[in-house]
Design a protein around this ligand. Structure first.
Ligand SMILES: [Zn+2]
Ligand SMILES: [Zn+2]
Length: 380
């Protein structure tokens, strides 16, 4: 774990130094390049579901504004004497977006995809989450001194990138077990009566039952040594923020989600509450990892909070193998695995699994033969 040194005691960002404008220029410029590529090659780089609902004329306006901002922030960074690498990088990226067609780029009329990667989903989700959580983590910071670019942020951004790109593969892999196991086994009449229930009832049913199954899968990931190696990757982060929850091994994602989706398929939850559930959980998954000092008061046992899940990541002995639920903490109370003291954890991470740094190293690490470890081996 790193400790604050003289250099780290300085604020990460200060107005007037050109760093904020430089970072914004590079980030917006890179997203603009990816967005223009999505317009040019939609069959390969965009997801059919998102393509069907995104208002493209509005997206073009946003793209125009974002590219102009990337250019402007690059110039501002340069004028303020900030990092030349950031200034020139941002200006070069926004110029590349314009050279590739900018917001006027032509897009094919009829598009049908058989195989695609979700670059559009990555750009949209990163933009939306950054706009929500960067200000939120400033306003409600649990650890105000923690940096946006803290150790491991690059690794977590790669996880975020890859998991969004591979959306077609992961959705297929996570839904196939439910389709294979349940096809023809559940009476259609039962599913029709569930689908006829009020929206809110189906939503709560989806939340509770999916978390019950997720709880079982999550406990297995902690208890079975070969599975723990895949899940240990998620616990290897020593800093919690909105990006830290992205650190999930692909095997972990597929196993946990495939099991969580089983009851939703068995019940035949209708499309609208199912979509609402998916949107809610994707937001909640980010929130519970965020560096925000948010407690849910009287609701703390009813809906998982940052406080509840931070304890799941705690490196403190009494919090080990606690708080497996991710939506409804009551499930942990029911099975005697809840831990929610009236304070926040001091530190995060694991002690018994030497997970390496970097996305690729973490991808292959669980597949390697583990080196013998000295007992006892506490884990979170
Ligand atoms: Zn866990
Ligand atoms: Zn987590």
């Amino acid at each position: 774990m790193t400790h604050a040194s003289g250099e780290e005691d300085r604020p990460e960002f200060r107005f007037g130094e050109g760093k904020i404008s430089g970072v914004l220029s590079v980030a917006l410029g890179a997203l603009c390049v990816l967005a223009v590529l999505c317009f040019r090659y939609p069959e390969l780089l965009t997801t059919p579901d998102l393509r069907a609902v995104l208002p493209l004329d509005a997206v073009r306006i946003v793209l125009f504004i974002a590219d102009a901002l990337a250019l402007g922030f690059g110039a501002l960074c340069f004028a303020l004497g900030g990092s030349r690498r950031l200034a020139f990088g941002g200006i070069a990226l926004s110029a590349a977006a314009i050279a590739l067609g900018g917001s006027w780029v032509e897009t094919p009329d009829a598009v049908s995809s058989t195989r695609y990667v979700g670059v559009d989903w990555f750009v949209l989700d990163l933009l939306v989450l950054a706009l929500i959580f960067l200000p939120l983590e400033r306003a409600l910071a649990l650890r105000p001194q923690q940096r946006v670019f803290r150790p491991g942020w690059r690794t977590d951004l790669v996880y975020f990138f890859v998991s969004h790109l591979l959306v077609q593969v992961t959705v297929l892999l996570t839904l196939t077990p439910a389709r294979v196991l349940l096809s023809g086994t559940i009476p259609g009449g039962f599913q029709a009566s569930v689908a006829a229930l009020p929206f809110a009832v189906q939503f709560v049913l989806a939340l509770v039952l999916a978390d019950l199954f997720q709880y079982a899968a999550h406990r297995l990931m902690h208890a079975v040594p070969v599975l723990w190696r895949f899940h240990a990757v998620h616990h290897s982060s020593t800093a919690m923020d909105w990006l830290a929850g992205s650190r999930l091994h692909l095997v972990d994602i597929v196993i946990t989600r495939a099991i969580s989706f089983l009851p939703l398929f068995a019940l035949g939850i209708a499309n609208a509450p199912l979509t609402a559930y998916l949107v809610f959980v994707s937001f909640q998954a980010v929130l519970i990892h965020a560096n925000v000092k948010v407690r849910f008061g009287p609701l703390r046992w009813w809906i998982a909070s940052p406080e509840f899940h931070h304890w799941h990541h705690s490196a403190e002995a009494q919090a080990i193998d606690r708080n497996f639920a991710v939506h409804v903490p009551w499930i942990d109370r029911l099975f005697g695995t809840a831990y929610l003291p009236d304070r926040w954890p001091e530190r995060y991470g694991i002690q018994d699994a030497p997970v390496p740094d970097g996305w690729l190293a973490q991808l292959v690490w669980p597949l390697r033969r583990p080196r013998p470890l000295p007992p006892p081996a506490p884990r979170v």
